[in-house]
Design a protein around this ligand. Structure first.
Ligand code: ATP
Ligand code: MG
Length: 442
């Protein structure tokens, strides 16, 4: 019978043959963030729908077209989070963190949901690694988060990824800019899509981010926001550039970046890869100084970003960056008879306590089938226990690659010592073997 119910379009299963890569980048991200003083926050998968309408913005594609919304049994209007910033902002207000020691520095790894057209690098459930920094309006905060991303890519060995920055001003300078955009697009109304006609009135900046090819074409010659910055915004942007220069972080100013979320002010940035085809932005972020206040919190500035895990792994694959795979099994213990199978259970237990991966037969198969299985799972060593081995308390341990065997006493300490002597790395040490990374698994 064929499988009747299949996974939903735009979602994916991550099997063990791939999941170790996910664990690696997520753990590296959260641990490296710790070095910069960012602690991990975990937030709910769904929220009050109004949170996203208010923060992401009701004229954005994310809210207008992509959000998964539903009404629950209690009649509440909810949404699966399309991104992490809104929820983290709500959480820092609700928890009172925003009223404590500033800056508040948070990192996260979470899944997001957007009803988009699935394609390479564009999923309906996807995963983000992100950071938010609250309580500093200084360009040093912008430089801190941008330099983190730059360092993180460096640690992973990613090349050919460029940083593009822009400033989209603040509510003060945006008034004049919006007026300039309106008068530009007013004359081209006939070519704008239905959605953008609405945006022309409410939020003309959003037209610049429209995916419709015709709107996109017209937007190319629209006035750029950099020409309209007020003195404070200009000084902030110059301050950021000065810091990036001082930190030797290469960037280009791309006046066309506006980002697809309404809460951004001043700095916006993207890291773009030449190895990704159409979905080339691996990481996007920016400053959102009015957001906390507009959600009912203190008047505190914030800045953050998120990078897509799927796209990050795609870039690493394209660049041939290998993530060390943990050994699937250090020792497989086969057995004949009940007593031997119980001894095998005890021995694998003690090895696991030492951090080695060990398995034994739990199916009750023939020795031949057990050894076939050991081979299939790629066990490094194997041994078989029967009546003789139990009587003498000794067995032959076999190196599955060379076929070499050695006699070994069947006690916990001798067995563990064997693996230490062979310099088999315990599972924790195997992570990050060939990469120059900060110590992990702490
Ligand atoms: P895009 O322009 O590709 O639609 P975006 O501006 O909507 O991206 P953000 O909301 O800034 O993206 O999200 C940050 C990052 O999350 C993106 O740079 C990307 O790596 C990832 N991302 C966003 N949407 C998706 C998706 N549908 N599938 C996979 N990754 C995504
Ligand atoms: Mg998008």
């Amino acid at each position: 019978m064929a499988l009747e119910i299949k996974s939903i379009k735009g979602t994916a299963d991550v099997l063990p043959s791939e999941s170790y890569k996910w664990q690696f980048v997520e753990r590296l991200f959260i641990d490296t963030a710790k070095l910069y003083g960012f602690g991990e926050i975990r937030i709910p998968t769904f929220e009050d729908k109004r949170l996203f309408i208010r923060s992401v913005g009701d004229t954005t594609d994310v809210v207008q077209k992509e959000m998964y919304t539903f009404t629950d049994q209690g009649g509440r209007d909810l949404a699966l989070r399309p991104e992490g910033t809104a929820g983290v902002n709500r959480a820092v207000i609700e928890s009172g963190l925003i009223n404590g020691a500033l800056p508040v520095k948070l990192s996260y790894a979470l899944s997001c949901f957007r009803a988009e057209k699935p394609q390479a690098g564009r999923m309906r459930e996807f995963h983000q690694l992100g950071m938010e920094l609250f309580g500093s309006a200084s360009p040093s905060a912008d430089a801190e988060v941008i330099s983190f991303v730059n360092d993180f890519f460096g640690i992973l060995g990613i090349q050919n990824i460029s940083l593009e920055i822009n400033s989209i001003g603040c509510p003060t300078c945006r008034k004049e800019y919006h007026a300039a955009l309106r008068s530009y697009f007013e004359g081209k109304k006939a070519c704008l899509c239905e959605t953008c006609l609405g945006r022309l009135e409410k939020n003309p900046l959003r037209i610049l981010d429209c995916k419709n090819p015709e709107c996109h074409e017209i937007a190319k010659d629209a006035p750029v926001v950099l020409d309209y910055l007020c003195d404070d915004c200009r000084a902030h942007f110059e301050g950021l550039k000065k810091r990036l220069d001082a930190m030797n972080i290469a960037y280009t100013v791309n006046p066309r970046i506006v980002r697809g979320l309404d809460y951004y002010v001043r700095t916006v940035f993207e890291f773009v890869s030449g190895d990704l085809g159409a979905q080339s932005t691996v990481c996007g972020g920016g400053r959102y100084d009015g957001l906390i206040k507009s959600l009912g919190g203190a008047d505190q500035p914030g800045i953050g970003y998120a990078m897509g895990v799927e796209r990050l792994l795609m870039v690493m694959k394209a660049q041939g960056i290998e993530i060390p795979a943990p050994a699937s099994c250090d020792l497989y213990i086969g057995s004949i008879g009940e007593e031997a199978s119980i001894k095998a259970l005890q021995l694998v237990g003690s090895l696991r306590e030492e951090g080695f991966t060990a398995e034994c037969d739990i199916v009750g198969r023939s020795v031949k089938a057990q050894m076939k299985y050991a081979d299939k799972i790629g066990a490094r060593y194997s041994m078989i226990l029967g009546d003789n081995e139990l009587a003498e308390n000794k067995a032959n341990i076999k190196n599955m690659e060379s076929g070499e065997t050695r006699e070994i006493a069947l006690d916990d300490e001798t067995l563990a010592q064997f693996f230490y002597d062979e310099e088999i790395e315990s599972l924790s040490a195997a992570f990050g073997a060939d990469l120059d990374i900060p110590e992990m698994n702490k």
